[in-house]
Design a protein around this ligand. Structure first.
Ligand SMILES: [Zn+2]
Length: 455
C-alpha cells in the first residue's frame, strides 16, 4: 500500500505541476505581420505605401514601412503587396438582426451602432457578438427607441410627460444600453428633461426627429441627427412639418418631399448653423436614394441581395411599405427632386466643418446589412465628399460617435479591426466593395469562407 501510494504520487506530482504552471504562464502571443499594403488609416491623411502593420494579441502594435524595422520572428507573415488596408468599417446607423451578423463581417463592417430593436433581443445579440460566441461585428445598442405617444413601433417606449421622459432614460440605463435613440414624436418639451436626465447618466442621445426641428434638438444637446431629419423644418420654420409628424408616415412623406422646395441659400444657412453646434449628421443618403427608387423592381436583384435570405422580411417587405404609405409615381418623382438638396446639405455641412458619419439603416426596406454601407460611401462621394473623407465617415467618425477611441483608425494601440481591399479606394470609392480579407480583434477572416456557411 505505501509503495503504491508513493508510486501514484510520483505520477501525480508532475501532472499537478504542469496543470498549475499552465495557469500561471501567460498565453502565447499571437503576432501577425501585414506586409506591403497601401495604408489608409481612417484619420483622413494621404495613403502610405509599403506599410508594415504588426498586430499582437488583437491590437496594433507597430506601424512602419516594410524593411524599416525587423518583423518579429514569431509573427505569421501575410504578404499584402498590391492591396490596400482600411480600418474596419463602422455602420453608424443599423438595426441589427441575428441573421445579418456574419454578413456584416463579410462586407468589412466590424462595428455596428444599433439604433432600435426590442431591448432584450438586441442586448442579447450584443452580448453574443461582443463575447465572440457568434461571428459578427462588435455591437453598441440603444435598445428600444424612446418616442411620444402612441409610439410608432409597439416595442418602443412611449413618453407623454417630463416625469415619464426621465423614467424612460433611467430604465434604459438600468437595462444597460450604450446610448439613447429618440424618435419622431418627441417634442421639445419632452426632449429637455430627457436630455437633462441622460446627461446625468452620461448617455448620449441620437435623434430621428419629427416634432422637434434639427436646430432646436442640436442646440439642446443631441449628439447626432439621423437621416438629416428635422433639417427641412429648421430651414423653413414651417410648423406644418411638426404637425404632420402626429402620424409617422405622413410626417416622413412631408419631410421627404419638403427638401425639394428648399432654396439653396436656406440649405447653406441651416448647414452652417447646425455645424456650429458640433452635432454629428448621419445622412443615410442610401435611405433617401432608396425611397426615390422604391418603384424600381431591379433593386430587389441588385448585387448584394444574394446575401439576404428569403426569410429576411425587413429587407424584402417593400410591398407592405407601399401598401401602408400609399406612395405612387408622383410621390417617387417628388422624392427624386429632393435628392439634389439633400446632397447639397451634405456638401455644405462638410464645408462648414461639420462631422458626417456613414450609416445604412439596414436591415430596413431594401437596405442590405454590410453592403449598403458601401452604397452610402458611394453616395457621400457623389454628394461631394472625397473618397478618403467618405472612408473617414465610415470609420473614425463612427468611432467618435460611440466614444470608442480604440476603434475606427489604424494606429498604434488601436484594436486590430481592418479590411484588406484588392484595389485602392482613394482612386474610386467602389473599391471598398472589392474585399480580400477582413480582420476583427486580430483574427483574419476570408469573406468567401464565411459566405460558404450560408450558401
Ligand atoms: Zn433607423
Amino acid at each position: 500500500m505505501t509503495v503504491g501510494r508513493r508510486h501514484v504520487g510520483a505520477i501525480l506530482l508532475p501532472l499537478l505541476l504542469l496543470v498549475g504552471c499552465s495557469k500561471l504562464l501567460p498565453p502565447k502571443d499571437q503576432v501577425t505581420a501585414l506586409e506591403g499594403a497601401t495604408l489608409i488609416d481612417g484619420a483622413g491623411g494621404p495613403p502610405n505605401q509599403d506599410a508594415l502593420i504588426i498586430i499582437r494579441n488583437g491590437h496594433i502594435e507597430t506601424i512602419a514601412r516594410v524593411n524599416d524595422i525587423p518583423v518579429p520572428r514569431s509573427a505569421e507573415r501575410i504578404n499584402l503587396a498590391g492591396k490596400t488596408v482600411i480600418p474596419g468599417l463602422i455602420d453608424a446607423h443599423a438595426h441589427v438582426e441575428r441573421w445579418a451578423a456574419a454578413r456584416y463581417i463579410a462586407w468589412g463592417v466590424t462595428t455596428v451602432r444599433d439604433l432600435h430593436g426590442g431591448t432584450d433581443t438586441v442586448l442579447a445579440l450584443r452580448k453574443d457578438m461582443n463575447l465572440g460566441s457568434i461571428v459578427g461585428p462588435r455591437m453598441f445598442s440603444a435598445g428600444a427607441m424612446i418616442d411620444g405617444v402612441p409610439p410608432t413601433y409597439p416595442n418602443a417606449t412611449g413618453i407623454a410627460s417630463a416625469d415619464q421622459a426621465r423614467r424612460a432614460v433611467d430604465q434604459h440605463a438600468v437595462a444597460g444600453v450604450d446610448y439613447l435613440k429618440i424618435y419622431t414624436k418627441v417634442t421639445p418639451a419632452l426632449l429637455r428633461p430627457l436630455l437633462d436626465e441622460a446627461d446625468k447618466l452620461r448617455l448620449p442621445v441620437a435623434a430621428h426627429l419629427g416634432k422637434t426641428d434639427a436646430l432646436t434638438a442640436a442646440r439642446a444637446g443631441v449628439v447626432s441627427i439621423e437621416h438629416m431629419s428635422g433639417v427641412v423644418q429648421a430651414a423653413t420654420g414651417d410648423p406644418k412639418y411638426a404637425s404632420a409628424h402626429d402620424n409617422f408616415l405622413a410626417g416622413w412623406t412631408a419631410e421627404e418631399k419638403g427638401w425639394a422646395g428648399l432654396d439653396s441659400a436656406a440649405v447653406a444657412r441651416t448647414a452652417r448653423a447646425l455645424a456650429q453646434t458640433k452635432v454629428t449628421i448621419v445622412p443615410t443618403l442610401v435611405v433617401h436614394d432608396m425611397l426615390a427608387r422604391l418603384d424600381n423592381p431591379i433593386l430587389l436583384t441588385r448585387p448584394g441581395m444574394e446575401d439576404v435570405p428569403e426569410s429576411a422580411q425587413s429587407v424584402r417587405s417593400v410591398p407592405s411599405l407601399l401598401r401602408r404609405t400609399g406612395w405612387r409615381a408622383a410621390d417617387f418623382d417628388a422624392f427624386r427632386r429632393s435628392r439634389r438638396r439633400e446632397d447639397q446639405f451634405v456638401r455644405e455641412y462638410r464645408r462648414a466643418g461639420g462631422s458626417i458619419a456613414a450609416g445604412s439603416d439596414a436591415a430596413n426596406q431594401l437596405l442590405i446589412p454590410g453592403y449598403s454601407l458601401h452604397e452610402e460611401m458611394s453616395l457621400l462621394v457623389a454628394a461631394g465628399l472625397t473618397p478618403l473623407e467618405a472612408i473617414t465617415a465610415a470609420t473614425r467618425r463612427g468611432a467618435q460617435l460611440l466614444h470608442a477611441d480604440s476603434l475606427g483608425m489604424i494606429a498604434q494601440g488601436k484594436v486590430a479591426d481592418l479590411v484588406v481591399l484588392n484595389a485602392n479606394p482613394a482612386g474610386g470609392i467602389g473599391a471598398t466593395r472589392n474585399i480580400a480579407m477582413v480582420m476583427i480583434r486580430g483574427r483574419m477572416i476570408r469573406p468567401d469562407s464565411l459566405r460558404s456557411t450560408w450558401k
